[in-house]
Design a protein around this ligand. Structure first.
Ligand code: 5GP
Ligand code: ZN
Length: 112
């Protein structure tokens, strides 16, 4: 059976991105949401989270290129809206890469 990546039952980022947790979104569109990290590691620490349950960058296919580049541009637009002078975008990939939540997301972090 082909795994359904639209929604994974016990995934916290599936629940958040589908609005089940009443999380306040900084930004939302048809492909992703942006919200504050619960344990911020920088003054600004936002998560750009896909609405689709792709577990990790390591699972990405050529057909995911539009989603991945869209999320990168969303990070840039949110940073511009917040007038951040500089920032980092990180993608933790795999347990050994520091990934804890296996649902694709980008960290947007800034000291500003
Ligand atoms: P990663 O998987 O990229 O290493 O880290 C997942 C990030 O998600 C962590 O920085 C963690 O603080 C954040 N996080 C985990 N669970 C929640 C949650 O329920 N709400 C929010 N806002 N952030 C979360
Ligand atoms: Zn998920």
């Amino acid at each position: 059976m082909i795994e359904d990546h639209a929604m994974s039952k016990d995934c916290i980022f599936c629940k958040i991105s589908s609005g089940q947790m009443n999380t306040e979104f900084v930004y939302e569109d048809d492909q992703c949401v942006v919200f504050n990290d619960i344990h911020p590691k920088a003054k600004t620490h936002l998560l750009i989270v896909a609405k689709r349950h792709l577990p990790s960058l390591a699972d990405a296919q050529d057909s995911d290129a539009e989603l991945l580049s869209h999320m990168l541009l969303v990070a840039k637009n949110v940073a511009a809206d917040k007038k951040l002078k500089g920032y980092k975008v990180q993608i933790h990939t795999g347990r050994e890469g520091g990934q804890e939540v296996f649902h694709i997301h980008y960290h947007l972090m800034s000291p500003f």
